[in-house]
Design a protein around this ligand. Structure first.
Ligand code: ADP
Ligand code: ADP
Length: 232
């Protein structure tokens, strides 16, 4: 497993206008280390910079200052996208493709052989308990099933890092709870370093090894779930 480190990262969205009202920094002097194999959650109110931090780690945005290191890959900032599996709130599946086609997509891009792709898809669908769903269209599945397909897709590329952005927010409460346990089980079995974003305190406490509490673009505290629980 790989360590993820953010050192003194700052980021501002430019508003494309000049003048006195420049935007506050979305992240300012943000530092955080996720240990190899650790499940760390960014918890904070809307607008505190959680998604911005995730997008920087994913390489969708570039830091204005500081650096982001995955493993000992200090030459590549940000980490190469191909090493990262992502799961989003809205699943981001191809609705008209089959389950198998969705899970296979990243592997086809990587030019894996057909037998290797088939074997990986089968293994991943077993992990997320969707064996038998290979030929179903993704868009016809329930929300929970779609999110499991998204998770299988993210795992199939054998990522160094898993990123989750509010993956359970669009599911109902009961499904959310069972998916919390399932994601945690799969992450622990795979031993993949994981950064998870949520505004839901209960979710953060249930799932995480540690929780980083964010406010106004900074990390206010990083604690084990028990310690965070006793905060007011
Ligand atoms: P969170 O994920 O915690 O809700 P964000 O990272 O989305 O927080 O937002 C952090 C700050 O950056 C907020 O002040 C937000 O308004 C601002 N922001 C987010 N996305 C954009 C954008 N595309 N353009 C301009 N400002 C943005
Ligand atoms: P690059 O390394 O050139 O930036 P990637 O290897 O990350 O690109 O991605 C190649 C293609 O695979 C992109 O079209 C991207 O959308 C897709 N892709 C990347 N990661 C995933 C993933 N976890 N699941 C599915 N598709 C992915």
């Amino acid at each position: 497993a790989y360590e993820l480190r953010l050192d003194g990262v700052s980021f501002s969205y430019s508003n494309g206008r000049s003048g006195p009202h420049h935007q506050p920094r979305a992240l300012s002097d943000f530092s955080l280390t996720v240990e190899p194999g650790e499940f760390l959650t960014l918890l904070g109110p809307s607008g505190s910079g959680k998604t911005t931090a995730l997008r920087l780690v994913a390489g969708h945005l570039f830091p204005g200052a500081g650096r982001i290191v995955l493993g000992d890959d200090i030459t590549i900032v940000p980490p190469r996208k191909r090493d990262i599996g992502m799961v989003f709130q809205n699943f981001a599946l191809f609705p008209h493709k089959t389950v198998e086609g969705n899970v296979a997509f990243g592997l086809q891009m990587r030019k894996w052989s057909k037998p290797a792709i088939r074997a990986s898809v089968r293994r991943m669908l077993d992990v997320v308990q969707l064996t038998g769903f290979e030929s179903r269209r993704a868009g016809e599945l329930s929300g929970g099933q779609q999110q499991r397909v998204a998770l299988a897709r993210a795992l199939a590329i054998e990522p160094r890092l898993l990123l989750f952005d509010e993956p359970l927010s669009s599911l109902d409460a009961q499904l959310r709870q069972s998916m919390q346990l399932e994601i945690r089980r799969i992450q622990q079995e795979a031993g993949i370093t994981t950064l998870y974003v949520t505004h839901d305190q209960e979710e953060a406490l249930t799932m995480s090894d540690r929780v980083a509490v964010m406010n106004e673009g900074r990390v206010e505290q990083v604690e084990g779930p028990k310690e965070v629980y006793h905060e007011p």
